[in-house]
Write a protein that binds this ligand. Structure first.
Ligand code: PMP
Ligand code: GLU
Length: 396
């Protein structure tokens, strides 16, 4: 039988973060002792006070379809959160709750991008940004950075990348995969470029805002002159250890929010009603309630930094946010390691999987082919074991 899938799906790459995680799971199920540093997923349980809210919602018979853009009480809680943590004023009709920040991102791209429009992706960028832009038949315009510039773009690079066809800039601070965080001054310098180009909109993906160890995150939409051109995206997955509950949200000018609601009204409807009720409790809680997770991530960050800096050929700098390291491993390209030729980061990542039984993600997935990504959202014991194994198999 011949299969006749659309060009759209045939041209869509599989998410490399998810496929590496699936590969690790499969090898594990075959009895192989795999340690996965591939997936960016907190290893904590969802905090009890949020689980309690979900249990109460089930008992209170929350079981019906919700408004497509989320319960009003949740939109109000999101508004309170945006004021409290980010200094951004949104009203509930500017908030759209979705099935994860991933859907929020896709919604915005789908409602703003026409075929042929350009979308700027500062690299390294999160894996799904490029796929989403391609799905919209828009053109990804990549701004490359490197570890010397801490993987942050400069205002000059941004200015050069903007053309009359630019519609969107994808912005992510703290960054997955680099862990970079832009200071308020650095963001202001980028905003100074953007305000000269009012046809350009910014998606500010702030899903790692609370996972930060030095300094603090700042929101693009908090600048008055960027408010009308910024869509702020966030979600519960990372800060509250709720990846599987599936809830993300955005704040945006009302015309964009309305369009996103129209889009998801035809595709998914509102997200899970129990998750939404639990989200009200999560977002209204003081940030101090989740600090124990951030404290633990910080300990791991310090541990992993020391371990990685001990591996010859890995260029690693300290990172202020998220839970990833993104070492430059180009030293190994063209070299033979323990009998195996390594040409690029994908080869190295596969070599490490096969020889050390440790899953990482190639930098190619993030538009930065000199690097590999290691997630440290796993226990300290496993991190020590995993990085020890990597070091061993990389001895030349
Ligand atoms: N943005 C970034 C930068 C991410 O790392 C992720 C991964 N979880 C998402 C968005 C999507 O998160 P969610 O689980 O809310 O869909
Ligand atoms: N955002 C996580 C990561 O980058 C989860 C995987 C995904 O959603 O693609 O690993």
């Amino acid at each position: 039988m011949s299969h006749q899938l659309s060009d759209r799906i045939n041209n869509l790459p599989i998410s490399q973060t998810l496929s590496m995680a699936a590969k690790a799971r499969e090898l594990k199920s075959q009895g192989i002792d795999i340690i996965s540093l591939s997936l960016g997923e907190p290893d904590f349980n969802t905090p009890d006070f949020i689980k309690e809210a979900a249990k109460q919602a089930i008992d209170a018979n929350y079981n019906s379809y919700t408004p497509v853009d989320g319960y009003l009480e949740l939109q109000e809680a999101v508004c309170r959160k945006f004021i409290r943590d980010n200094g951004i004023n949104y009203t509930p009709n500017q908030i759209v709750v979705s099935t994860g920040a991933k859907q929020s991102l896709a919604n915005v791209a789908m409602v703003l991008l026409n075929p042929g429009d350009e979308a700027i992706l500062p690299a390294p960028y999160w894996v799904s940004y490029e796929a989403i832009v391609n799905l919209c038949e828009a053109i990804p315009v990549v701004i490359s950075t490197n570890i010397e510039q801490d993987f942050k773009i400069t205002p000059e690079q941004l200015e050069t990348a903007i053309t009359p066809k630019t519609k969107l800039v994808f912005f992510n601070s703290p960054s997955n995969p680099s862990g970079a965080v832009y200071s308020k001054q650095e963001l202001r310098a980028l905003a100074d470029v953007l305000v000269k180009h009012p046809h350009v909109y910014v998606i500010s993906d702030e899903i790692y805002e609370h996972i930060i160890y030095e300094g603090s995150a700042f929101s693009m939409a908090a600048f008055d002159d960027m408010y009308e051109n910024t869509i702020t995206i966030n979600g519960l997955s990372k800060a509250f250890a709720m990846t599987g509950w599936r809830l993300g949200y955005l704040g945006a000018p009302q015309w964009i929010a309305k369009a996103c609601t129209k889009m998801q009204g035809q595709i998914t409807s509102g997200t899970n009603c129990i998750t939404q009720r639990a989200a009200i409790t999560a977002l209204d809680a003081p940030v101090s309630k989740i600090k124990y997770m951030v404290d633990e991530f910080k300990e791991r960050r310090n541990l992993v930094l020391n371990l990685l800096q001990d591996i010859p050929g890995f260029i690693t700098k300290n990172v202020p946010g998220a839970f990833y390291f993104f070492p430059d491993v180009s030293y190994y390209f063209g070299k033979t390691v323990q009998g195996q030729k390594i040409e690029n980061a994908t080869d190295l990542s596969m070599y490490i999987l096969e020889k050390a039984n440790v899953a990482t993600v190639t930098g190619d997935a993030f538009g930065t082919p000199n690097c590999i990504r290691l997630s440290y959202a796993t226990s300290r014991e496993l991190l020590v074991e995993a990085i020890g194994r990597i070091k061993e198999v990389l001895e030349i």
